[in-house]
Ligand binder design. Structure first.
Ligand code: GGG
Length: 362
């Protein structure tokens, strides 16, 4: 039987996306060679604010056709607010991918690595190790609404949130499945059913209904405010956390911040049905403040590459081995160096990327 070659669209995007992408590709190449995984990388310039400056839109009209036959998208970062408003760049690229490719799961692992100074006093590796499952196609992220009496002192703005039973149930089911396979079998459901009095009690009810099929999973519904405080005060009580689009976005920046730096946090935007390509990207954005200096931490991009290989191979054989080797190489590089500045070192993005790639290749 001939070996499958995976076709990957590499989209660096904006800002530090262009600096961490080469390191992600370097490590992917090292892993593919070592484990005999066929990769065909297609580098794409659009889905960036540079493309917008030249064409007045983030992506070409035929972007979907151009991605035909692609197995996954490896994405850097989007946003360059000096030239394109953030909501225009986000809705014109990343959110289009998530919606049109029905990437309804945004899986964001949060983990404290050995060797990283933890901002939470007394916490050690193992104390912070959980998964945030963010609903990724609906919720608070909508363009439904409008402004009335604009520019007057009677100005009114309405912005709708949208939750469907189909959308909530499928992300809850995914989170229950993960919790059921986890060591602690614990699921935390982020909610705000005391204040957001229609959609959040409904979300709680869907969590109960879907949970009927998972009697071994213990479920804890927590309001988003206290849940955020507990991410800081009691991170060891979390295992799998499921949240709406906005709550999940906030939690998955807060969680990594408690593990030292958001520069470590990867994410997988998944279409678990595998009908469309999934997208793998660091949680961090384009960071215009540090762009162009070759100092950004490439780990989030590199860890996202590991998640991509794991997903593409359905956690089997060479893909699983490559995933594990990349994560081990990240851990070793963090402990032994070289480390980027956010980890207390002086290394450049390139030096850290090379150090991880060399370990993967060994
Ligand atoms: N690599 C992630 C990225 O570029 N994020 C930009 C951003 O603002 N994302 C918002 C979101 O994930 O909803």
């Amino acid at each position: 039987m001939s070996k499958k070659t995976f076709r990957i669209a590499a989209i660096a995007g904006d800002g530090i996306g262009k600096e961490v992408m080469p390191e992600g590709l370097r490590v992917l190449d090292a892993a593919a060679r070592r484990y005999g995984i066929g990769l065909d990388i297609v580098e794409i310039e659009w889905a960036s604010c540079d493309y917008y400056a030249a064409h007045g839109q983030m992506m070409p009209d035929d972007w979907k056709q151009q991605l035909q036959g692609v197995d996954a998208i490896f994405f850097g970062a989007v946003g360059w607010p000096a030239t394109v408003p953030d909501h225009v760049s986000l809705w014109g690229s990343l959110l289009k991918f998530r919606r049109e490719f029905d990437q309804y799961i945004n899986l964001r692992p949060v983990r404290l690595f050995d060797g990283v100074p933890c901002p939470l006093a007394g916490r050690k590796p193992g104390d912070i190790d959980y998964l945030v499952v963010r609903e990724n196609t609906e919720g608070e992220y909508t363009s439904l609404g409008g402004i009335m009496y604009e520019g007057t002192d009677r100005e009114i703005v309405i912005q709708e949130s949208v939750y469907s039973r189909h959308g909530a149930d499928r992300v809850l089911k995914y989170a229950y499945e993960l919790a059921n396979r986890s060591r602690r079998k614990r699921l935390t459901v982020a909610t705000k059913s005391n204040g957001i009095a229609i959609s959040m009690p409904w979300w709680d009810k869907r969590a109960e209904a879907v949970g009927q099929d998972y009697p071994d999973v213990s479920v804890d519904k927590q309001h988003i405010d206290i849940l955020s405080a507990r991410f800081v005060l009691q991170p060891d009580r979390f295992d799998v956390v499921v949240a709406s689009n906005l709550f999940g976005d906030i939690l998955s920046d807060l969680g990594p911040a408690t593990t030292g730096t958001i520069g470590l946090a990867p994410s997988a935007n998944l279409n678990p049905d595998r009908k469309f390509p999934s997208l793998f990207e660091p949680v961090h954005g384009s960071a215009p403040d540090i762009h162009g200096q070759n100092i950004a931490n490439p780990v989030a991009m590199i860890w996202s590459a590991a998640l991509m290989l794991d997903f593409l191979t359905e956690s089997q054989g060479a893909g699983r081995a490559a995933h594990d080797a990349i994560v081990q190489a990240i851990e070793a590089a963090i402990v032994q160096g070289p480390r980027t500045r956010d980890l207390g070192g002086q290394a450049s993005t390139t030096e850290m990327g090379k150090a991880i790639a060399e370990r993967v290749a060994q």
